[in-house]
Design a protein around this ligand. Structure first.
Ligand SMILES: [Zn+2]
Length: 240
């Protein structure tokens, strides 16, 4: 299901923070059988979703499905090719700030037009039974996020890898107790102070997304402060 994600400012972080149910979700033990595979539809999704998890493990293998060239379709400052290059470099810098070792596999798919079957084909050789595969939730509300989530689910079913889905835009369009969200599957990863600091530094490595490219409305920040507030929590959430 694709939901309108650019609805005003979305759900304020203060609403989530005052939702009692969130404090009762089970903790998720960080005991992967090896480096997890983290699948990102766009550069920054992996950081917003699970940077703290990656920082605490100190290792991860990342699959960058697109280079995020469509973040500012009407930009008066950058071409799509320039944006792609900028965002690739931002991912590299963010992972360096997390001190995460591991390759980044760049699939170079079209931002806004991800080919689900091609993602499955790319993921299957990277997965083994029990390996953690973190991907955007299948119903996150953004078409690319949902295609990546479905592809990861199929690849995990085919290989016996363990699928863990991380929500991104869900925090924007959903509300506490939203019946469209599988809250019963929510698991919490509590972040250490070092991981919180590393995540904050990694998010700051994406100036193309957190700050305007220029004064034109087409160059506005994709992740303004009220959006970033949802990713400054001292914990991360996955659907297990
Ligand atoms: Zn995204």
């Amino acid at each position: 299901m694709v939901r309108p994600i650019v609805v005003a400012t979305g759900t304020d972080e203060s609403e989530w923070a005052s939702w009692p149910a969130m404090k009762g979700w089970p903790a998720f033990p960080l005991d992967p059988p090896g480096p997890p595979l983290v699948v990102a539809p766009h550069p920054d999704d992996e950081i917003l979703g699970v940077a703290g998890l990656m920082a605490m493990l100190g290792e991860a293998e990342v699959v960058a499905v697109t280079d995020g060239e469509a973040s500012h379709p009407g930009s008066t400052v950058h071409t799509r090719a320039e944006l792609a290059a900028i965002r690739r470099a931002e991912t590299d810098e963010a992972l360096a700030r997390l001190e995460v070792d591991g390759p980044v596999h760049r699939l170079g798919q079209a931002d806004g037009g991800i080919d689900e079957d091609a993602v499955v084909a790319a993921l299957v050789p990277l997965l083994t039974p029990g390996r953690w595969c973190l991907a955007t939730w299948r119903e996150d509300g953004h078409p690319d996020h949902e295609r990546v989530g479905r592809a990861a689910a199929r690849a995990c079913a085919a290989t016996g890898a363990r699928l863990l889905e991380y929500p991104i835009w869900t925090w924007h369009w959903a509300r506490p107790d939203d019946p469209d969200v599988p809250w019963h599957r929510a698991r919490v990863i509590d972040l250490t102070p070092a991981a919180i600091a590393a995540k904050s530094a990694a998010i700051a490595a994406f100036p193309s997304q957190i700050a305007p490219l220029g004064p034109d409305p087409a160059d506005a920040a994709i992740l303004p402060p009220h959006v970033l507030a949802r990713f400054a929590r001292p914990f991360e959430v996955v659907f297990g």
